[in-house]
Design a protein around this ligand. Structure first.
Ligand code: GLP
Length: 241
Protein backbone atom coordinates (compact mmCIF):
# COMPACT_ATOMS: atom_id res chain seq x y z
CA UNK A 1 0.00 0.00 0.00
CA UNK A 2 1.28 3.47 -0.83
CA UNK A 3 0.04 6.02 1.67
CA UNK A 4 -0.22 9.76 1.05
CA UNK A 5 -1.22 11.91 3.99
CA UNK A 6 -2.61 15.29 3.01
CA UNK A 7 -3.28 18.39 5.06
CA UNK A 8 -7.06 18.34 4.74
CA UNK A 9 -10.12 17.13 2.81
CA UNK A 10 -9.52 19.51 -0.09
CA UNK A 11 -5.93 18.45 -0.66
CA UNK A 12 -7.00 14.79 -0.37
CA UNK A 13 -9.59 15.45 -3.09
CA UNK A 14 -7.06 17.23 -5.33
CA UNK A 15 -4.65 14.33 -5.11
CA UNK A 16 -7.42 11.80 -5.81
CA UNK A 17 -8.72 13.77 -8.81
CA UNK A 18 -5.22 14.06 -10.25
CA UNK A 19 -4.75 10.27 -10.05
CA UNK A 20 -8.08 9.71 -11.83
CA UNK A 21 -7.22 12.27 -14.53
CA UNK A 22 -3.78 10.69 -15.09
CA UNK A 23 -5.43 7.30 -15.45
CA UNK A 24 -7.76 8.61 -18.18
CA UNK A 25 -4.90 10.46 -19.91
CA UNK A 26 -2.81 7.31 -20.07
CA UNK A 27 -5.75 5.18 -21.22
CA UNK A 28 -8.78 7.06 -22.59
CA UNK A 29 -10.84 3.85 -22.63
CA UNK A 30 -10.24 3.21 -18.94
CA UNK A 31 -12.77 1.17 -17.03
CA UNK A 32 -13.32 2.95 -13.73
CA UNK A 33 -15.33 1.71 -10.79
CA UNK A 34 -16.71 4.69 -8.86
CA UNK A 35 -17.62 5.06 -5.20
CA UNK A 36 -20.41 7.04 -3.58
CA UNK A 37 -20.72 8.62 -0.14
CA UNK A 38 -19.64 12.03 1.10
CA UNK A 39 -15.90 11.45 0.75
CA UNK A 40 -15.62 11.55 -3.09
CA UNK A 41 -17.90 14.58 -3.54
CA UNK A 42 -15.11 17.16 -3.84
CA UNK A 43 -13.05 14.81 -6.02
CA UNK A 44 -16.00 14.60 -8.41
CA UNK A 45 -16.37 18.41 -8.41
CA UNK A 46 -12.71 18.69 -9.39
CA UNK A 47 -13.21 16.15 -12.18
CA UNK A 48 -16.13 18.23 -13.48
CA UNK A 49 -13.97 21.39 -13.41
CA UNK A 50 -11.16 19.59 -15.20
CA UNK A 51 -13.60 18.45 -17.87
CA UNK A 52 -14.99 21.99 -18.26
CA UNK A 53 -11.43 23.28 -18.63
CA UNK A 54 -10.77 20.64 -21.29
CA UNK A 55 -8.20 18.86 -19.12
CA UNK A 56 -9.91 15.48 -19.28
CA UNK A 57 -12.15 13.67 -21.73
CA UNK A 58 -14.59 11.03 -20.46
CA UNK A 59 -16.05 10.14 -23.86
CA UNK A 60 -14.45 6.70 -23.97
CA UNK A 61 -14.45 5.94 -20.25
CA UNK A 62 -16.53 2.97 -19.12
CA UNK A 63 -17.92 3.31 -15.61
CA UNK A 64 -19.13 0.86 -13.03
CA UNK A 65 -20.19 1.52 -9.47
CA UNK A 66 -19.40 -0.39 -6.34
CA UNK A 67 -22.91 -0.79 -5.06
CA UNK A 68 -26.55 0.26 -4.88
CA UNK A 69 -29.21 0.07 -2.20
CA UNK A 70 -31.86 -2.62 -2.57
CA UNK A 71 -34.67 -2.05 -3.08
CA UNK A 72 -34.55 1.50 -4.35
CA UNK A 73 -35.85 3.31 -7.41
CA UNK A 74 -33.37 5.06 -9.72
CA UNK A 75 -35.21 8.36 -9.31
CA UNK A 76 -35.01 8.15 -5.51
CA UNK A 77 -32.71 10.95 -4.32
CA UNK A 78 -30.86 8.46 -2.15
CA UNK A 79 -30.15 5.95 -4.90
CA UNK A 80 -26.56 5.74 -6.01
CA UNK A 81 -27.86 5.99 -9.59
CA UNK A 82 -29.21 9.44 -8.69
CA UNK A 83 -26.03 10.37 -6.78
CA UNK A 84 -23.70 9.51 -9.66
CA UNK A 85 -25.74 11.46 -12.19
CA UNK A 86 -26.21 14.48 -9.95
CA UNK A 87 -22.63 14.65 -8.71
CA UNK A 88 -20.69 13.61 -11.80
CA UNK A 89 -22.20 12.02 -14.88
CA UNK A 90 -24.67 14.82 -15.75
CA UNK A 91 -21.77 17.29 -15.94
CA UNK A 92 -19.20 15.40 -18.00
CA UNK A 93 -19.14 13.81 -21.45
CA UNK A 94 -19.37 10.16 -20.40
CA UNK A 95 -21.74 8.36 -22.74
CA UNK A 96 -24.89 6.80 -21.30
CA UNK A 97 -24.20 3.39 -22.77
CA UNK A 98 -20.87 3.30 -20.92
CA UNK A 99 -22.49 3.75 -17.50
CA UNK A 100 -23.10 0.55 -15.53
CA UNK A 101 -24.83 0.72 -12.17
CA UNK A 102 -26.49 -2.19 -10.41
CA UNK A 103 -30.25 -1.75 -10.65
CA UNK A 104 -31.73 -1.48 -7.16
CA UNK A 105 -35.21 -1.63 -8.65
CA UNK A 106 -34.81 -5.01 -10.33
CA UNK A 107 -37.28 -7.88 -9.89
CA UNK A 108 -34.62 -10.53 -9.51
CA UNK A 109 -31.49 -9.39 -7.65
CA UNK A 110 -29.65 -12.69 -8.24
CA UNK A 111 -30.14 -12.33 -11.99
CA UNK A 112 -29.19 -8.65 -11.88
CA UNK A 113 -25.92 -9.55 -10.15
CA UNK A 114 -25.25 -12.38 -12.60
CA UNK A 115 -25.73 -10.10 -15.60
CA UNK A 116 -23.61 -7.40 -14.00
CA UNK A 117 -20.81 -9.90 -13.33
CA UNK A 118 -20.84 -10.82 -17.04
CA UNK A 119 -20.42 -7.15 -17.99
CA UNK A 120 -17.51 -6.78 -15.56
CA UNK A 121 -15.83 -9.85 -17.07
CA UNK A 122 -15.88 -8.10 -20.44
CA UNK A 123 -14.58 -4.85 -18.90
CA UNK A 124 -11.86 -5.54 -16.33
CA UNK A 125 -11.38 -2.58 -14.02
CA UNK A 126 -8.36 -0.34 -14.60
CA UNK A 127 -9.10 1.73 -11.52
CA UNK A 128 -11.35 1.18 -8.52
CA UNK A 129 -12.14 4.18 -6.32
CA UNK A 130 -13.04 3.31 -2.75
CA UNK A 131 -14.23 5.10 0.34
CA UNK A 132 -14.27 3.24 3.64
CA UNK A 133 -17.12 2.76 6.08
CA UNK A 134 -16.51 3.61 9.73
CA UNK A 135 -16.65 -0.14 10.41
CA UNK A 136 -14.07 -0.91 7.72
CA UNK A 137 -16.53 -1.82 4.99
CA UNK A 138 -15.66 -1.32 1.33
CA UNK A 139 -18.46 -1.11 -1.21
CA UNK A 140 -21.20 -2.61 0.94
CA UNK A 141 -19.04 -5.52 2.06
CA UNK A 142 -19.71 -5.44 5.76
CA UNK A 143 -17.46 -6.96 8.47
CA UNK A 144 -17.52 -10.75 8.12
CA UNK A 145 -18.02 -10.70 4.31
CA UNK A 146 -16.05 -13.36 2.52
CA UNK A 147 -12.96 -12.15 0.67
CA UNK A 148 -13.91 -14.63 -2.06
CA UNK A 149 -17.29 -13.13 -2.93
CA UNK A 150 -17.59 -11.57 -6.41
CA UNK A 151 -20.99 -9.87 -6.29
CA UNK A 152 -24.33 -10.28 -4.54
CA UNK A 153 -27.11 -9.06 -2.33
CA UNK A 154 -26.00 -8.11 1.18
CA UNK A 155 -27.60 -7.22 4.50
CA UNK A 156 -26.48 -3.88 5.89
CA UNK A 157 -25.30 -3.75 9.50
CA UNK A 158 -27.06 -1.51 12.00
CA UNK A 159 -23.83 0.54 12.15
CA UNK A 160 -23.97 1.29 8.41
CA UNK A 161 -27.70 1.96 8.52
CA UNK A 162 -27.07 4.45 11.34
CA UNK A 163 -24.14 6.08 9.48
CA UNK A 164 -26.11 6.43 6.26
CA UNK A 165 -29.33 7.59 7.96
CA UNK A 166 -28.07 11.17 7.70
CA UNK A 167 -29.17 11.19 4.07
CA UNK A 168 -32.67 9.84 4.80
CA UNK A 169 -35.52 11.29 6.83
CA UNK A 170 -34.95 8.58 9.46
CA UNK A 171 -32.93 5.39 9.86
CA UNK A 172 -36.09 3.34 9.28
CA UNK A 173 -36.10 4.74 5.71
CA UNK A 174 -32.63 3.35 4.93
CA UNK A 175 -32.93 0.17 2.84
CA UNK A 176 -31.80 -2.85 4.86
CA UNK A 177 -30.09 -4.48 1.91
CA UNK A 178 -27.85 -3.58 -0.99
CA UNK A 179 -26.38 -5.04 -4.14
CA UNK A 180 -22.61 -4.86 -4.00
CA UNK A 181 -19.54 -5.91 -5.87
CA UNK A 182 -17.76 -8.40 -3.66
CA UNK A 183 -14.22 -8.07 -2.41
CA UNK A 184 -12.84 -10.48 -5.02
CA UNK A 185 -14.14 -8.19 -7.79
CA UNK A 186 -12.81 -5.06 -6.05
CA UNK A 187 -9.41 -6.72 -5.70
CA UNK A 188 -9.42 -7.59 -9.41
CA UNK A 189 -8.93 -3.89 -10.27
CA UNK A 190 -5.48 -3.12 -11.71
CA UNK A 191 -5.21 -0.11 -9.43
CA UNK A 192 -7.16 0.78 -6.29
CA UNK A 193 -7.49 4.30 -4.94
CA UNK A 194 -8.81 4.61 -1.38
CA UNK A 195 -9.80 7.98 0.02
CA UNK A 196 -10.64 8.70 3.65
CA UNK A 197 -11.15 11.91 5.55
CA UNK A 198 -12.02 12.95 9.06
CA UNK A 199 -11.83 11.63 12.62
CA UNK A 200 -14.78 9.29 12.04
CA UNK A 201 -12.55 7.16 9.83
CA UNK A 202 -9.52 7.03 12.15
CA UNK A 203 -10.22 3.57 13.60
CA UNK A 204 -11.21 2.03 10.28
CA UNK A 205 -8.03 3.40 8.67
CA UNK A 206 -5.91 2.10 11.52
CA UNK A 207 -7.47 -1.38 11.24
CA UNK A 208 -7.05 -1.33 7.46
CA UNK A 209 -3.38 -0.35 7.55
CA UNK A 210 -2.08 -1.79 10.79
CA UNK A 211 -4.43 -4.63 11.62
CA UNK A 212 -4.18 -8.26 10.51
CA UNK A 213 -5.80 -9.21 7.22
CA UNK A 214 -9.10 -10.38 8.57
CA UNK A 215 -12.68 -10.50 7.31
CA UNK A 216 -13.69 -8.55 10.43
CA UNK A 217 -12.15 -5.53 8.68
CA UNK A 218 -13.01 -5.92 4.97
CA UNK A 219 -10.61 -3.11 3.96
CA UNK A 220 -7.66 -4.98 5.53
CA UNK A 221 -7.47 -7.19 2.41
CA UNK A 222 -6.27 -4.16 0.44
CA UNK A 223 -2.81 -4.72 1.94
CA UNK A 224 -2.52 -7.69 -0.42
CA UNK A 225 -3.16 -5.61 -3.52
CA UNK A 226 -0.06 -4.81 -5.60
CA UNK A 227 -1.16 -1.34 -6.66
CA UNK A 228 -3.25 0.23 -3.93
CA UNK A 229 -2.90 3.91 -3.07
CA UNK A 230 -4.39 5.44 0.07
CA UNK A 231 -5.02 9.17 0.19
CA UNK A 232 -5.81 10.17 3.75
CA UNK A 233 -6.23 13.52 5.33
CA UNK A 234 -4.44 14.20 8.63
CA UNK A 235 -7.48 13.39 10.75
CA UNK A 236 -8.14 10.05 9.10
CA UNK A 237 -4.46 9.14 9.40
CA UNK A 238 -4.07 10.34 12.99
CA UNK A 239 -3.62 6.86 14.50
CA UNK A 240 -1.07 5.62 11.99
CA UNK A 241 2.01 7.09 13.57
C1 GLP B 1 -21.42 3.82 1.90
C2 GLP B 1 -20.91 3.27 0.58
C3 GLP B 1 -19.44 3.06 0.59
C4 GLP B 1 -18.74 4.32 1.12
C5 GLP B 1 -19.17 4.51 2.55
C6 GLP B 1 -18.50 5.69 3.22
O1 GLP B 1 -21.74 2.85 2.81
N1 GLP B 1 -21.54 2.04 0.23
O2 GLP B 1 -18.99 2.77 -0.73
O3 GLP B 1 -17.35 4.16 1.05
O4 GLP B 1 -20.57 4.74 2.53
O5 GLP B 1 -19.22 6.84 2.98
P1 GLP B 1 -18.79 8.31 3.36
O6 GLP B 1 -17.80 8.71 2.32
O7 GLP B 1 -20.06 9.11 3.26
O8 GLP B 1 -18.23 8.27 4.71
Amino acid sequence: MKIHITENYNSMSEKAASIIIKQIESKPKSVICFATGTTPLETYKLLINAYKNKKVDFSKVVSFNLDEYYPIQKKDKNSYFYYMHKNLFDHINISDENINILNGDCQDPELECLNHAKKIKKHPFDLVILGIGSNGHIGFNEPGSSFEKRIGIVNLTSNTIKDNARFFSSSSQVPKQALSLGIKTIMSGKKILVIASGKKKTNAVKDMVKGKINEKCPASILKKHKNCVLILDKDAASQLT
